[in-house]
Design a protein around this ligand. Structure first.
Ligand SMILES: Cc1cc2nc3c(=O)[nH]c(=O)nc-3n(C[C@H](O)[C@H](O)[C@H](O)COP(=O)(O)OP(=O)(O)OC[C@H]3O[C@@H](n4cnc5c(N)ncnc54)[C@H](O)[C@@H]3O)c2cc1C
Length: 435
C-alpha cells in the first residue's frame, strides 16, 4: 500500500512552521518511507498512542496542526496557556513533564458573591463541617473507583470501563445539582466547590455531572502541581514521523481509509486514529451527538496586583463573575482566566500589560452525558478527552487504541520495513519543545 501521492511527490522539501509547542521548528517532508497507521492530532492522546506504537516497533505517521494541542506554553515560557496542572496520580503523563510549584489548596483564595475572600481556614467551613466530612467520604469512594477505572481503561476502553462500573455509570449520568441535593451539600457546594470548579472547568455547577464535579474536586485529596511539558521526551524516537498538516475529511476506502489533507493532498492508511478535539472529531467522523463545549480566554499578564489579589497566588471567583481565576506564577507573571475577551484588568492590577492572549473555544467538551466509543469502525479509532477531560485520561485512551492496534497486527512493522512516509523535524536552532 502506498499513500505517497503525486501532490506529495511534487512538493519536495516543503517547510512548514510547527506552531506553539515547538517554537521555530520546521517540518521537512522526505517522502521515502511508508507506514500503515496514521494518527490525526498530536495532543497528549495522539502522542501517547504514537509513543506506545513506536515502543512496540510499529511504524506510524502523526498528522497534526501542532504538537501539544491544549498543552501550550506561552511564547516566553512563563505560563501555561492551556492545561494548568498535573495531579500526582498522573502516572503516565508525569513521565513527560517537569513539575513546578505544588498548588497549595489551603492558600487558594475564593471569593463570595459579595467580593469577600476566604480560604479553607475560614470559619464558614467549620460551620459546615458535617457537609465537608460527607463530601470527603464521597470523594474517597469516587477516587477508589476512578483509580480502578483508569487501570481498566487500558484494557477494555474508556466508555466500556465507565459503563461496567454501575456507581460510576450513575455519576456520569447524574446532574451535579441532584448529587449535591441528594447528599445535602448545598453550602459546601456554593462556598467551596462552585468557585473551584468554575475556575478549572469554566462551567457552572448546574452544567456539570456528578462525575465531573468529583473529578474536578480530586485535587482536594491528590496533590496538584504546575508543570512544563517535555515533548522532547514524549516524541523521542519518532519526532520525524510528525507532519504539520490539517486533515479535512476521512472516508472508508477498500481495506482502509482515505484521508484528505490541506497540504499533502489525499493519503491512504489501513488504520486511522483520530486524536483531535471533540468538535473536529465530530466533523471528521460524522458523530451524531457529543457533549457541549465550554470556552475560556487565557491572558498572560505582567503588572502589579492590587490588594487583595497580591496576598495569595491563586484566586477563584463565584459563578456570577466573568473572571474565572487569577494565578500568579513563580516568575511573577500572572495568568488571568476569563469568560470575557476584554476583561476589566484595572480591577486586579494597578498597571498591567497583556503579553499573550489565547482563546480556547471550545476549551473542552464537558456538558452532557454522551459516551463516545473508541472503536468507530474497522481499524478506525477515536481517542482523546471526549468522555473524561484531563491529561491522564486522554493519555490512557491513546494507550488503549495503540494496544488494540498492536494486538491486531502481528510482528512489528519495522521487521518488514516501514511502509509510508517519513518527515523530518528540523529544529532550526529553536529550543526543545517544552524544555
Ligand atoms: C485552558 C485549559 C486548561 C486546562 N487545564 C487542565 C489541567 O489543569 N489539567 C488537566 O489535566 N487538563 C486540563 N485541560 C484539559 C486538557 O488540556 C485536555 O483534556 C487534553 O489536553 C486533551 O488532549 P487531546 O490530545 O485529547 O486533545 P488536544 O490537546 O486538543 O490535541 C488535539 C490535536 O489535534 C490537532 N488537530 C485538530 N484539528 C486537526 C485537524 N483537522 N487535522 C490535524 N490535526 C488537528 C491539534 O493541532 C492538536 O495537536 C485544560 C484544557 C484547557 C483548554
Amino acid at each position: 500500500m502506498m499513500i505517497r501521492t503525486k501532490a506529495m511527490q511534487s512538493r519536495g522539501a516543503v517547510t512548514q512552521s510547527l506552531p506553539t509547542a515547538r517554537p521555530g521548528a520546521r517540518i521537512v517532508p522526505a517522502l521515502d518511507r511508508r507506514t500503515e497507521t496514521i494518527i490525526v492530532g498530536a495532543g497528549i492522546a495522539g502522542l501517547a498512542c504514537a509513543r506506545r506504537l513506536h515502543d512496540a516497533g510499529r511504524a506510524l505517521v502523526v498528522i497534526s496542526e501542532d504538537v501539544g494541542g491544549r498543552i501550550q506554553r506561552s511564547c516566553d515560557g512563563a505560563v501555561n496557556l492551556g492545561a494548568y496542572y498535573v495531579r500526582a496520580d498522573y502516572a503516565h503523563v508525569n513521565r513527560y513533564v517537569r513539575l513546578g510549584r505544588r498548588i497549595d489548596r489551603l492558600a487558594i483564595r475564593r471569593y463570595d458573591t459579595d467580593g469577600r475572600a476566604y480560604t479553607y481556614w475560614d470559619r464558614r467551613l467549620f460551620l459546615h463541617l458535617p457537609q465537608a466530612a460527607r463530601f470527603l467520604r464521597l470523594l474517597l469512594q469516587f477516587r477508589r473507583r476512578y483509580d480502578n477505572l483508569k487501570q481498566r481503561t487500558v484494557r477494555i476502553g474508556q466508555a466500556a470501563a465507565i459503563r461496567s462500573d454501575p456507581a460510576l455509570g450513575r455519576l456520569y449520568q447524574q446532574p451535579a445539582a441532584d448529587f449535591i441535593g441528594q447528599h445535602q451539600l448545598t453550602d459546601l457546594a456554593r462556598l467551596y466547590l462552585a468557585p473551584g470548579l468554575h475556575g478549572t472547568t469554566f462551567a457552572s455547577l448546574g452544567d456539570l455531572t456528578a462525575f465531573a464535579l468529583l473529578l474536578g474536586a480530586l485535587p482536594v485529596l491528590v496533590p496538584a502541581y504546575e508543570f512544563t511539558a517535555r515533548f522532547d521526551l514524549l516524541v523521542d524516537g519518532f519526532a520525524d514521523a510528525i507532519v504539520a498538516d490539517t486533515v479535512t475529511a476521512i472516508s472508508a476506502h477498500g481495506a482502509g481509509y482515505h484521508i484528505a489533507t490541506k497540504a499533502h493532498g489525499p493519503l491512504f492508511a489501513k488504520r486511522v486514529v483520530i486524536a483531535t478535539p471533540t468538535d473536529v472529531a465530530a466533523r471528521l467522523l460524522g458523530l451524531p451527538a457529543t457533549k457541549r463545549g465550554v470556552a475560556a480566554h487565557m491572558f498572560h499578564v505582567t503588572g502589579t496586583l492590587r490588594d487583595p489579589y497580591r496576598q495569595a497566588d491563586i484566586h477563584l471567583f463565584p459563578e456570577t463573575e466573568p473572571t474565572l481565576a487569577i494565578a500568579r506564577q513563580e516568575g511573577g507573571a500572572v495568568l488571568v482566566t476569563s469568560r470575557q475577551s476584554d476583561p476589566d484588568l484595572d480591577r486586579y492590577f494597578t498597571n498591567w500589560r497583556v503579553v499573550e492572549h489565547k482563546h480556547w473555544d471550545p476549551a473542552f467538551h464537558l456538558i452532557g452525558h454522551n459516551l463516545l466509543e473508541c472503536e468507530q469502525g474497522p481499524n478506525l479509532y477515536l481517542i482523546g478527552d471526549h468522555n473524561i477531560v484531563g491529561l491522564e485520561d486522554a493519555y490512557l485512551t491513546g494507550l488503549y487504541a495503540a494496544n488494540q492496534i498492536i494486538s491486531k497486527t502481528g510482528a512489528p512493522d519495522r521487521v518488514t520495513g516501514p511502509s509510508f512516509a517519513a518527515h523530518h523535524l528540523a529544529t532550526s536552532g529553536a529550543p526543545s519543545p517544552g524544555s
